[in-house]
Ligand binder design. Sequence first.
Ligand SMILES: Cc1cc2nc3c(=O)[nH]c(=O)nc-3n(C[C@H](O)[C@H](O)[C@H](O)COP(=O)(O)OP(=O)(O)OC[C@H]3O[C@@H](n4cnc5c(N)ncnc54)[C@H](O)[C@@H]3O)c2cc1C
Length: 403
Amino acid sequence: MLWSFGDHEMLSMTHALIAGAGIGGLSAALSLARRGLTVSVFEQAGGLGEVGAGIQLSPNASRVLHHLGLEKALEPVGFLPQAVEMRDWRSGRLLVSSPIDDAFREKFVYPYYHVHRADLLRVLERAVRAQPGIELLTSSRVERIEPGDAGVHVEAGGARHRGDLLVGADGIHSTVRESLFGAEAPTFTGNVAWRGLVPTSAVPQDLVRPAASVWWGPRKHFVHYYVRGGELINCVCVVEKDGWEVESWSERGDLGELRADFAGWHETVRLLIDNLDPNACFKWALFDRPPMPVWGLGPVTLLGDACHPTLPFMAQGAAMAIEDGAVLARCLAECDVVAQGLRRYEGLRRARTARVQAGSRRNARIFHLSGLPALFRNLAVGRASGRVMDWLYGYDALDPDPS
Ligand SMILES: Cc1cc2nc3c(=O)[nH]c(=O)nc-3n(C[C@H](O)[C@H](O)[C@H](O)COP(=O)(O)OP(=O)(O)OC[C@H]3O[C@@H](n4cnc5c(N)ncnc54)[C@H](O)[C@@H]3O)c2cc1C
């Protein structure tokens, strides 16, 4: 395809196929459609429901979502926290607080949201379904991928589809990744995450601050924050554990085991665990992969967890997937040839996503220190936090700096 992608009419003749309708696939579809491409999104599941859990969306992600016209839809479901706070697991002592105040808002412009995943997916799905030029096909697992000189064919949902490009946004066990580079199992990190929700009305008023609170303890940590406009408190409880490696959004956990894991922790943490909805408490083994040197070949590329699965300890996995879609769309608009646009996108994204993957892994070690190293950490913490936010939250995926 040798025409200029800067020409809107030509872009509208370009058809993108996306495998996976998670946060990454849906936001990429919207970003591509905004640049004039037509898009088919294939999702293996019959619907896009998500089990109860929250997600933090920092300004680098909300910048893209607002640009996609989702500000109004996010407003009623998002919760706007006032700070990110780190606390000691036993005493509850505040170790460091990064305020999300007027100075923060002035600097990063776009909001820091806490949202329920199901709410975010609903917002994205509605926007996708309302967007002419995007078709969303559920119960359509992408199985067979045939890249060629004149685009790419896939088999999905029993039919054969043709596109000018294919984006594998199909998660950590990506079929598209495997078809390009062969099978390679992700690595179990030794961490298990429990996720669940507490109705805000179930706990004493003012028990939980309007902040993302992270409690650091030996070989464990506990995170909580409000979602659904403050109606619910999302809890993520991470424990180092061997011998349990099930990775699923819907594996129910046993609250008795979770209580035993956090026995001896501060009463706020224990009270939240006691009030978790037992029917909506899920357990998730955390896997990752090292950064990939190559993300795509010919008319095929990868996006989100398919190419850079990221531990949740910087709360940035979905944010990176959302950024990917915006950069991809821009690169396609700026290059004359599809494959050139895809390689340019990959080149712009590799270093940043690898840095976030490494930072998230490092945080797992820092959060879980014990004894003397934990004491030194508590003394030193706070000095670097402002600088961290600058490179992370100040990034503009709509106009990424190639340097
Ligand atoms: C406990 C926990 C907390 C987290 N908290 C945060 C946070 O606060 N902030 C943040 O930014 N990130 C967070 N993350 C990370 C974030 O959830 C992921 O990075 C993000 O969901 C990745 O999105 P994705 O669209 O790339 O992949 P996925 O969400 O995995 O979506 C992939 C989609 O592809 C579909 N699919 C798979 N194979 C096929 C196929 N062959 N054909 C068609 N469809 C297919 C799947 O059904 C799925 O719908 C957290 C992760 C965990 C585990």
